[in-house]
Design a protein around this ligand. Structure first.
Ligand code: ZN
Length: 374
């Protein structure tokens, strides 16, 4: 089993990693290939699985049946598989999204691979806090409490030596592992050009203007659909935040698409890098700058991210984990429901846990990366 996974991981590495090119300070450079451990927790969507694609899954993956656990709501379940609530509602013909029963089976076309679960027993060590325990198992405190049930009724009453048990994720379900390497690769190549998924042309250039600053116009090509969605999202954001700085747009793809070093993606005209909205004097910068809690404008940045999400065509957003925390807390104080938060954010489950639409991937401290549906 171990060696199988090693092969699978290797395939992923080859597929994903582009060698580093001349690094500029403000691009999302990958300085080295991801390690096996990083790939295990990779925030990327599934492309190609060992099991056969299910006809109802337009993303080309097998279908998975999720059994609803106590305390789970639809947003949490959607987040677990990196999909939107609306997708689950449609796939399962759910009439009332607020009425999900424990034990009910829900069909999912996952973007984040389903994981097996195992029961662990934790013995509280001296000086250990609940936050530390939750982090150690890549769970939020709410999940830890829910999963350990009646054994742990009170957050403040854990004692040294006390033990409690709960379920944690334990490896990808086999049908969702990457396919095994095939010996007939040559044959497949000959049939090339007859691919099942005809890709859209990367032929439309995103133009700047009143609302957007395009950093590198020659690398601002996308599919017609992508460019239309970006214009729609930026338009929605600007109607509400007219006074803010121009939206800072980094790379999309080059004309015609193809490998764009040093990026891992940005090949098919469906990826875009967008600057966080900053406050204060850095406001009118035309470069991506590293942000922190003090320089990020959470209100405007959340409005911008939300405008992209509202297109209902976003597959995922990569964002540094620390900045997720700032946006999560802002969104919560601005009235986002727990259902919304659990659907959209990986935070507070730890940067190693694949969950939600907004996920951590290194090199996203100075911009966020939006991947649209193909
Ligand atoms: Zn990017």
């Amino acid at each position: 089993m171990k060696s199988l996974r090693a092969i699978a991981t290797l395939t992923l590495v080859i597929g994903l990693w582009a060698p580093p090119a001349a690094a500029s300070e403000d691009s999302d450079v990958q300085h080295r290939p991801p390690t096996a451990a990083e790939l295990e927790a990779a925030p990327l969507s599934l492309r190609g699985t060992r099991g056969a694609p299910h006809p109802d899954c337009t993303n080309g993956v097998p279908q998975w049946l999720h059994e609803v656990q106590p305390g789970e709501h639809l947003g949490l379940i959607a987040g677990r598989y990196g999909v939107r609530r609306a997708e689950l509602v449609e796939l399962n013909g759910i009439e009332n999204p607020n009425l999900i029963r424990t034990g009910q089976s829900l069909a999912v076309c996952p973007e984040i691979a389903p994981r097996k679960q195992k029961l662990v027993t934790h013995v509280v060590a001296s000086g250990e806090t609940m936050t530390e325990i939750a982090e150690r198992y890549s769970l939020s405190i709410a999940e830890l409490l829910e999963r350990s049930g009646s054994e742990l009724p009170n957050l403040n009453r854990v004692r040294v030596g006390q033990s409690f048990s709960f379920l944690v994720d334990d490896g990808i379900v086999e049908a969702f592992l990457p396919p095994l390497p095939k010996k007939v690769a040559k044959k497949t190549k000959k049939r090339g050009g007859k691919g099942k998924h005809k890709r859209s042309k990367v032929s439309v250039q995103l133009l700047g203007g009143k609302y957007m600053h395009i950093k590198r116009p020659r690398l601002a090509f996308g599919t017609a659909k992508t460019v239309g969605l970006i214009e729609r999202a930026v338009g929605q954001y600007k109607r509400r935040h007219a006074k803010g700085p121009k939206v800072l747009i980094g790379n999309l793809s080059k004309e015609g698409g193809g490998k764009l070093e040093p990026h891992l993606s940005h090949r098919h005209g469906v990826d875009i890098d967008v600057g966080y909205v900053l406050k204060g004097e850095t406001l009118s910068s035309t470069r991506f700058r590293g942000v922190n809690q003090n320089t990020l404008d959470p209100k405007r940045t959340w409005a911008l991210v939300k405008a992209f999400l509202d297109t209902d065509e976003v597959r995922y957003i990569f964002m540094d984990y620390a900045l997720q925390k700032t946006l999560y807390e802002h969104a919560k104080s601005a009235g986002a429901s727990q259902d919304d938060l659990d659907e959209l954010f990986q935070y507070p489950r730890g940067r190693g846990r694949s969950h939600g639409i907004i996920r951590h991937w290194r090199s996203h401290k100075n911009h966020f990366h939006v991947r649209f549906e193909k």
